[in-house]
Ligand binder design. Structure first.
Ligand SMILES: Cc1ncc(COP(=O)(O)O)c(C=O)c1O
Length: 377
């Protein structure tokens, strides 16, 4: 039986060729490929600057640091996200505060954000869940009113757009993930985009130990080359050229790969139309959804979600649950209470992610839909 995984990287001969060339080039760490990838990515989202990193987790950490978020500050985010979003807040000694979500999209609800704002609130981290952009006009307006920084977690949103503008091309620092299953992968990797030259400079220093001159710059500059200076220290968070050479190829294919994801989603949407117990997420107008995942909200009674998942596994179909609200993990339990985010608390028990990735065929998606529809749930 053909297995249909939940996610799968879409890698071809082009990536293999690019990696081989880089491996044989004599320069495999932070260098010309990383620079070229940054330039190409900034051009793609139309941002002034792009800083390439080893992960989005590092990106969220650095973005919070350069935004000046520190011990005792509060940062509002969604509980329906991967651990990194809240963990990065803890890295800088701040406190994650969870706001509720919109049941149509599973994105953070600006009305709930407003209720969570206190004197200690310094930042908001909206997560573009599954690739559908959050209500950024409302979030940016709240941020201006209360003098808050917005850092967009765009781990799912490479290629997404909000009202005609690519995510990452606006004024907020925006953090992308190039982890293996993301829309654009470099194996592992991340990128921060910003329109602010001073933030760009700080991010570049922090990603590589606070060293003021890269090895590459020293290698290629004339004259006295060995010296460099460290003032404030930093982290070992930069991307390397092997990853960047994969990223350059993936970026050229990103729109096509996202189109393939949306085609799979279209097949599911058509199959579930009018089915009362399987509700796809809403696709709101004026947005481009990179369709990182495909999520349905089940109204199951006869079968538990675990039974549904097991029945699909028997047919070779992998599914997922993104996410269990973070406050359900012991690590984040003290930062959120189920009663404060009633929508997230109710809906997460009914979330089911279906396979959605560019390598799937229409027949794969039809099979998944058929098997799910066949269950008397
Ligand atoms: C919403 C979200 N934020 C952050 C991350 C962290 O990304 P990375 O694995 O690149 O650190 C992920 C990765 O799964 C994610 O899904």
């Amino acid at each position: 039986m053909k297995k249909i995984p939940l996610f799968k990287p879409y890698i071809g001969k082009e990536e293999v060729r690019a990696v081989s060339q880089t491996l044989l080039s004599g320069w495999i760490t932070l260098g010309p490929q990383t620079e070229a990838f940054e330039k190409a990515f900034a051009g793609y989202v139309k941002s002034k600057y792009a800083v390439a990193l080893n992960s989005a987790t590092s990106g969220l950490h650095l973005a919070l640091l350069v935004a000046g978020i520190k011990e005792g500050d509060e940062v509002i985010t969604t509980p329906l996200t991967f651990a990194s979003t809240a963990e990065a807040v803890l890295y800088v000694g701040a406190v994650p505060v969870f706001a509720d979500i919109d049941p149509r999209t599973l994105n953070i609800d600006p009305l709930s954000i407003e209720k969570r704002i206190t004197k200690k609130t310094k930042a908001i981290i909206p997560v573009h869940y599954g690739g559908q952009p959050c209500d950024m006009d409302a979030i940016n307006k709240l941020a201006s009113k209360h003098n808050l920084v917005v850092i967009e977690d765009a781990a799912h949103a490479a290629g997404s757009a909000y009202k005609g503008k690519k995510i990452g091309g606006g004024k907020n620092m925006t953090v992308f993930s190039f982890h293996a299953v993301k829309n654009l992968t470099t194996g592992d990797g991340g990128m921060i985009t910003t329109s602010n030259a001073s933030l760009d400079k700080k991010l570049r220093a922090l990603r590589w130990m606070g060293i003021n001159k890269s090895t590459r710059e020293r290698e290629t500059s004339a004259g006295y080359r060995w010296d460099y200076e460290i003032r404030d220290g930093g982290f070992k968070y930069h991307m390397n050229d092997i990853a960047a050479s994969i990223g350059l190829v993936q970026l050229r294919k990103l729109d096509l790969m996202n189109e393939k994801r949306r085609k799979i989603a279209g097949i599911y949407n058509a199959a579930f139309e009018g089915v009362p117990h399987i509700r796809p997420l809403a696709q709101l107008p004026n947005l481009v959804n990179a369709q990182h995942n495909y999520c349905v909200i089940l109204s199951n009674k006869a079968l538990s979600r675990e039974e549904i998942i097991s029945a699909l596994v028997k047919e070779g179909i992998s599914t997922g649950v993104h996410y269990k609200p973070l406050y359900h993990h012991p690590r984040y339990g003290k930062y959120g209470k189920a009663k404060d985010t009633p929508v997230a608390e109710e809906i997460w028990t009914r979330i089911l992610l279906l396979p959605c990735h560019p390598g799937m065929t229409a027949a794969d998606a039809q099979k998944v839909a058929r098997e799910l529809l066949a269950l008397k749930m």
